[in-house]
Design a binder for this molecule. Structure first.
Ligand code: CTP
Ligand code: MG
Length: 227
C-alpha cells in the first residue's frame, strides 16, 4: 500500500524565538527541515507532503529537492494554517488518491531516526489503524492546581507521545472531516472518533526542538555524530 508522509513545518517557533520560522533554523550547515527530511526519505514513502509557512513554500521545495534527488516527483509543498491541526488538514488535502496510509511527522523532531518510521509502518502493515510512537515517562509526575500539589500520578500508566504517527488513510480523513475541537496531536483526534490507537517504541533522538536548550542539544548531537 502506498504511504504518504505529511511533514508539518508551518509553525513560527515562538518558544524557540530564533527570529525565523523554526523549520528554517540552521542546526549545522543544514536546517531543521532538511534534517527532518533526511529521516523521512529513508522511509518507503510514495509521497512526501511538506506543510510550510505561506511565505516559505519555495524555500521548502528547495530543501526537499536537495534531499529527494531523483525522487523529487514525490514532493508536494503546501501552505499551512494558524494551528498545527489546520496545517495537518492542509497537508491531507494534498495527499494523492492512491495513498492508503498516512504518517504525520513534526519537522521539529528533526533527528528522528529511520527505524521509528519503520516501526510505525510495520505496525500499520500488521493491521493497526492508528499507531503512536511513545517513550516511557522518566520523571515523577504530579497533578497540580496552581501552586498546590494534588496527587502523584502513577507513571507506569503514562507515555510521552512522539511523531511520526501513522494512520490508515480513510480513518485520518474521516477524523479530520469530523473534527470540531483542537487536539494536541493526530492520535488524540483519531481516538476521539472511537478508533483504538496502538503504541510502538519511540526514540530519544525524536525529541521535539521547542526551546533554545533543545536547539543546543540537537546541535551537540550532530557535532558528535553527524546525521
Ligand atoms: N506546526 C505547523 N503549523 C502550525 C503550528 C505548528 O505546521 N500552525 C508544526 C511546527 O512547524 C512543528 C510541529 O507542528 O514542526 C510541532 O509544533 P511546535 O513544536 O509547537 O512548533 P511551533 O508551533 O512552530 O512552535 P511554538 O509553539 O513555540 O510557536
Ligand atoms: Mg506550537
Amino acid at each position: 500500500p502506498h504511504t504518504a508522509v505529511i511533514v508539518v513545518a508551518a509553525g513560527s517557533g515562538q518558544r524557540l524565538g530564533a527570529g525565523v520560522p523554526k523549520a528554517f533554523v540552521g542546526l549545522d550547515t543544514h536546517t531543521v527541515l532538511r534534517h527532518a527530511l533526511e529521516g523521512v526519505f529513508a522511509a518507503p514513502a510514495a509521497q512526501v507532503v511538506i506543510v510550510a509557512p505561506s511565505d516559505r513554500v519555495g524555500d521548502a521545495l528547495t530543501e526537499a529537492r536537495a534531499v529527494a534527488g531523483e525522487r523529487h516527483d514525490l514532493v508536494t509543498v503546501v501552505a499551512g494554517g494558524l494551528s498545527r491541526q489546520e496545517s495537518v488538514a492542509a497537508g491531507l488535502q494534498a495527499v494523492w488518491p492512491d495513498v492508503e496510509r498516512v504518517l504525520v511527522h513534526d519537522a521539529a523532531r528533526a533527528l528522528t531516526p529511520p527505524e521509528v518510521f519503520a516501526r510505525v509502518i510495520d505496525a500499520l502493515t500488521d493491521g493497526k489503524d492508528a499507531v503512536l510512537p511513545v517513550l516511557p515517562v522518566v520523571d515523577t509526575v504530579k497533578r497540580v492546581s496552581g501552586d498546590r500539589v494534588r496527587e502523584p500520578i502513577d507513571r507506569s500508566e503514562l507515555a510521552a507521545a512522539q511523531t511520526p504517527q501513522g494512520f490508515r488513510r480513510t480513518i485520518l480523513d474521516a477524523a479530520y472531516a469530523a473534527a470540531s475541537a483542537e487536539h494536541t496531536d493526530d492520535a488524540a483526534l483519531v481516538q476521539s472518533t472511537g478508533t483504538p490507537v496502538w503504541t510502538v517504541p519511540g526514540d530519544e533522538r525524536s525529541f521535539k526542538i521547542t526551546t533554545p536548550g533543545d536547539l543546543d542539544r540537537a546541535r551537540a548531537l550532530l557535532a558528535v555524530a553527524p546525521v
